[in-house]
Ligand binder design. Structure first.
Ligand code: ASP
Length: 316
């Protein structure tokens, strides 16, 4: 049996220790640990990488602290439109949804698209209709509401700006009640299969049906047993233009470099040149994990069967 491993993230951005209260830091760490534990338990019981990322993401989507599922940010129109994707590195199957409303776990819907729709990517009303048809668990708007996100949006709604849920002006003011973070997971199971998933409410005050990198296969989410599984977080537009997740895979495949080196090139060189603030987590089919970011912080955690375990928030 080979090394198995999982990594998760809960968003990247201007996350500073000086802005954090001990209680809030504890709550984030617990949120990350709960999700890590849920995903790792699947791998420990010989479960698949795809089921491990699924289990981890559900815990993060259900946690109000993170910008995915419950607790998603508000759009310009004052509603929550969520994006999610999942990809299986064993067979390159993928499913994603964008601009969906009321699905309790948008990642669940993305998986349904992957397994049962004959399509890869559904959006907006069509995706919502598909959720109803497939019996995906729905929740009323109030379920997704959080006061912090609402206040964050109120600060911006009269402007044309949009922002990463954790990078904006007046941070000190708004950070009193900090709650943010797109979520993602990557895993390698004991058979050497890998998978990735990402889920997000996107960026505060987004409009015109804006879709970020998270649900775009190759940009924010990608998995291929030959190379790596990647989940990104950060300012989606540069990540889309950089085709960031797939670029890591290409660097590994064509240049024959390691996951660590390929991610370094994309996160610390290419994305920096494009002002692409954020980071990503990755795993290869040997169970090697890398978690890299060019922002002040990234909520992150990893665990593998060799006994390594790490939970972090800031640069250290
Ligand atoms: N990448 C996400 C987006 O642009 C946001 C995030 O990662 O926080 O929609």
């Amino acid at each position: 049996m080979q090394n198995f491993a999982i990594a998760i993230h809960g968003g990247a951005g201007t996350i500073l220790k000086s802005d954090m209260t001990p209680e809030l830091e504890k709550a984030y760490i617990k949120g990350l640990e709960d999700a890590l534990q849920a995903g790792y338990a699947v791998l420990e019981q010989d479960g698949s990488a795809i089921n491990a990322v699924k289990a981890a993401i559900v815990v993060l989507e259900d946690n109000l602290l993170f910008n995915a599922g419950r607790g998603s940010v508000f759009t310009k129109k004052g509603v929550q439109e969520m994006d999610a994707a999942i990809m299986d590195g064993e067979n390159l199957e993928a499913g994603s949804v964008a601009g969906v409303r009321n699905s309790r776990n948008p990642r669940e819907l993305a998986m349904e698209v992957m397994q049962h729709s004959n399509h890869v990517f559904l959006s907006g009303k069509g995706a919502n209709d598909y959720a109803i048809k497939q019996g995906i668990k729905l929740e009323p708007d109030e379920y997704f509401f959080s006061q912090f996100r609402y206040d964050q949006w109120k600060e911006m709604r009269d402007s044309d700006n949009y922002s990463l849920d954790h990078t904006h002006q007046g941070l000190e003011e708004l950070m009193k009640d900090k709650k943010f973070g797109t979520v993602g997971a990557v895993a390698c199971d004991s058979k050497g299969n890998i998978a990735a998933a990402t889920s997000t409410g996107g960026m505060t005050n987004k409009k015109y049906g804006r879709i970020g990198d998270s649900p775009l296969i190759g940009a924010g989410t990608y998995a291929n047993n030959k190379t790596c599984a990647i989940s990104c977080t950060g300012h989606g537009e540069p990540f889309i233009r950089a085709v960031a997740a797939h670029d890591v895979s290409c660097l590994m495949e064509y240049k024959n470099i390691s996951l660590q080196e390929a991610m370094h090139e994309v996160v610390h060189v290419k994305l920096v040149e494009m002002q692409g603030e954020g980071g990503m987590i990755g795993v290869d089919a040997q169970g090697n994990i890398s978690m890299q970011f060019n922002s002040a912080g990234m909520y992150r955690a990893m665990q593998n069967s060799k006994g390594d375990r790490e939970v972090g928030i800031y640069k250290d």
